[in-house]
Design a protein around this ligand. Structure first.
Ligand SMILES: *Cc1c(COP(=O)(O)O)cnc(C)c1O
Length: 430
């Protein structure tokens, strides 16, 4: 794989002079897999191209947002039209109302919603609201779930942090996380015990109902239904962090798949269609505790930005096309089945899982059910697989702890090409 001079190397060297690690978000730096990150010049449909003009089939889709494929003409047109009318006003627009109405219609647990600019802001604000509404400080999260980088949530928090073997972050005071209780994902008995011990002090439970930041790990229905029951019983607010799973595993998010109504939901990624837009919402009575009506403060100069709203709205329209999610899920399933079969032929211990347009690849004999099992996957083999696939023009997430994403533009040709490449690569992995 050592090669001639690459423009990616030149750019990476240059980037590191003015940007820490050469990237604006850690996982992009390839630290986990080694090698030089690819600098992307442009993208279309299921593909993007790097600085050497090499084309890749893209399975990260901007970490989820690119569900209709890159640079979809309708989304691009909506963005161009909105931009021509002005980039930002700092005053309300009708587009924000339409966006809120659409979100409330698609996710019925959300009666009122506030738009923000990143998933981190959405979860951070939901957390503050939960604490403000209950007057309690303690929160419960689960090991391996990532909820953005707000201080009190940066505890045993998945992917980028798992990759660095750095379960928490420097710069977060002990005092800020002493109220954060971290439990095991999918461990129902432990959750019940925690509530028995101190349920009346817990402001909220925050969970990725389908975890996508320790690779893909699905909740068991029992785990989530018990969580819902305990939260109701103890007056604790249940926050579903669907920043990744929302509009990704199904049109109504993971909550529609499991049939659970959370009190608050955080959304991001897909709802911005590739622009910075996120949201949190839930029961109206709770949301009305937000400023300017209530005592919980939250604000944003660019919140509900008209260009981002235009990208989000056109994306939300496209994903409501009849059969959209059936087709997306079928292609994703076809991908993981094909990869599993190819690994099987080569005798490599490997398995894969999928839900909607999201998938997980595991170099282990069984599908992991939580953080500990995920850590037992063969990382060395993943890294070899990653680089060999990259060489073949297939771009998977550059870390063993990330989920993968399929778009509506990943047609049979694209999936078949991926599986053919994997067959070659698995055969070389011994
Ligand atoms: C990506 C993600 C976030 C953070 O969103 P940003 O827009 O990166 O701040 C929060 N929660 C989950 C589940 C995510 O996947």
């Amino acid at each position: 794989m050592t090669s001639t001079h690459s423009n990616n190397d030149t750019l990476f060297t240059r980037a590191q002079l003015t940007t820490p690690g050469g990237v604006n978000s850690p996982v992009r730096a390839f630290r986990s897999v080694g090698g030089t990150p690819r600098f992307i010049t442009h993208a279309a449909g299921p593909y993007f191209w790097d600085a050497d003009d090499k084309r890749y089939i893209d399975y990260i889709g901007s970490w989820g947002p690119a569900i209709v494929g890159h640079a979809h003409p309708e989304v691009v047109k909506a963005v161009q039209d909105a931009a021509a009318r002005g980039l930002s006003f700092g005053a309300p627009t009708e587009g924000e109302i339409e966006m809120a109405e659409e979100i409330c219609r698609l996710v019925p647990s959300i009666e009122q919603v506030r738009l923000v600019s990143s998933g981190t802001e959405a979860t951070m604000s939901a957390l503050r609201l939960a604490r403000g509404a209950t007057g309690r400080d303690k929160i419960v999260k689960f090991e391996g779930c990532y909820h953005g980088h707000a201080d009190s949530l940066l505890v045993k928090a998945g992917s980028g942090l798992l990759t660095f073997g750095n379960p928490t972050s420097a710069g977060v005071p002990e005092d800020f996380v002493k109220h954060t209780m971290v439990l095991d994902y999918n461990n129902t008995a432990q959750l019940e015990q925690a509530f028995k011990d101190m349920g009346d002090q817990i402001a909220c439970v925050i969970v990725e109902p389908v975890a996508g930041n320790m690779n893909l790990v699905k909740s068991t229905p029992e785990f989530l239904h018990t969580m819902r029951r305990l939260c109701t019983q103890y007056g604790t607010i249940l926050i579903f962090d669907e920043v990744m799973s929302g509009f990704r595993v199904a049109l109504g998010g993971a909550q529609s798949v499991y049939g659970i109504t959370p009190d608050l939901t955080a959304l991001g990624k897909v709802i911005g269609g590739g622009l910075p837009l996120a949201a949190f919402g839930g029961r109206a009575e709770l949301m009305q505790k937000m400023a300017p009506l209530g005592a919980v403060y939250q604000a944003g100069t660019l919140s509900g930005n008209p260009v981002a709203v235009a990208a989000g709205m056109s994306t939300l329209k496209l994903i409501q096309a009849p059969g959209f999610y059936d087709a997306l899920a079928a292609q994703t399933r076809k991908l993981v089945n094909g990869l599993s079969a190819a690994a099987g032929e080569a005798g490599i211990p490997f398995c894969a899982d999928a839900i909607g347009g999201m998938f997980g690849l595991y170099f282990s004999p069984d599908i992991p059910t939580g953080y500990t099992q995920m850590m037992a996957c063969n990382r060395t083999r993943f890294n070899a697989f990653f680089h060999a696939m990259l060489e073949q023009g297939v771009y998977f997430a550059p870390a063993a702890f990330e989920a993968g994403f399929v778009s509506a533009q990943h047609d049979d040709t694209v999936i078949d090409a991926t599986i053919a490449a994997a067959r070659t690569v698995f055969a070389s992995l011994h």
